[in-house]
Ligand binder design. Structure first.
Ligand SMILES: NC(=O)c1ccc[n+]([C@@H]2O[C@H](COP(=O)([O-])OP(=O)(O)OC[C@H]3O[C@@H](n4cnc5c(N)ncnc54)[C@H](OP(=O)(O)O)[C@@H]3O)[C@@H](O)[C@H]2O)c1
Length: 243
């Protein structure tokens, strides 16, 4: 246990699961630093949000070193208790259709990989010393689409999430000896704007409780995976299928 205020850096805080995660950690008294493409919204209810927000497009990977330097300066005592890599994109075709190999060019693939994968490795690398100083943890938000073909998630998204699961294992193995825990959570169908038209049918057919997961439910899993407890040792866990 510690008396100092705990710190979280979270990507993709502007809506959906990220927004719920800011609220969950803030409610528990953590200082939350957010990274998003959008400027901080004055409608957000949490205190100190504007000073704790860094605006960045994670696709613009060349600006990541400046963002990391900015975040390091803001961390009190140079300690980071948790990094939640939540931001992601899932590009769709017309009418929300699936984009396969035949529909995807190199630029589109690089965009998805920059946001969903490369930025995660570079953020973790850049913030490693701060995580080590706090004996902190990393949570990477993957997806069920990383381990099975999904009717709506496209090739770029699915393969980036499979690679993110592999990256999680690599980091857990590499960072574990330094007391930095690394976990992945793999949501199913969660009620956010990333969903495609037609998800209702999947919910009806495949989800035992016949309802979408809630962003707050995933936020709680991020929260419990970030806390230093015996149940949060490095592992991958699925969540978000209300069963
Ligand atoms: N919802 C689901 O059913 C589901 C299922 C499996 C996995 N997931 C995963 O859960 C995580 C959160 O998804 P969500 O459902 O909450 O999606 P969402 O509502 O679309 O939110 C995505 C977040 O990522 C941010 N983002 C996108 N591109 C960015 C960029 N280039 N630079 C910085 N931030 C960027 C968005 O910020 P902007 O405001 O800047 O766009 C937004 O805050 C993702 O990793 C997703 O793959 C979701």
């Amino acid at each position: 246990m510690t008396d100092r205020q705990r710190t979280l850096i979270l990507t993709g805080a502007s809506r959906g699961i990220g927004h719920a995660t800011v609220k969950r950690f803030s409610a528990a008294g953590w200082r939350v630093f957010t990274v998003s493409r959008q400027p901080f919204s004055e409608h957000c209810p949490w205190e100190g949000g504007a000073e704790s927000h860094v605006q960045m497009d994670l696709n613009d990977i060349s600006t990541l070193p400046a963002t990391i330097a900015d975040l390091k300066k803001r961390l009190p005592d140079g300690k980071l208790d948790a990094l939640v890599n939540n931001a992601a994109i899932s590009p769709k075709g017309p009418g929300g259709s699936r984009l396969g190999v035949l529909d995807t060019d190199l630029a589109a693939l690089m965009h998805v990989y920059n946001v969903n994968l490369f930025s995660v490795a570079l953020l973790a690398k850049g913030l490693f010393e701060e995580l080590k100083a706090a004996q902190g943890s990393i949570v990477n938000v993957t997806s069920i689409a990383g381990s099975r073909v999904h009717p709506f998630a496209g090739m770029a998204y699915a393969t980036s999430k499979a690679a993110l699961a592999a990256l999680t294992r690599e980091m857990a193995w590499e960072f574990g000896p330094h007391n930095v825990r690394v976990n992945a959570i793999a949501p199913g169908e969660i009620d956010t704007s990333i969903l495609s038209p037609g998800t209702d049918e999947i919910v009806r057919r495949e989800i035992p409780m016949h309802r979408l997961g809630k962003p707050e439910e995933v936020a709680s899993t991020c929260w419990s995976s970030s806390r230093d407890s015996p149940s949060s040792r490095s592992r991958s866990s699925g969540c978000g299928w209300p069963a």
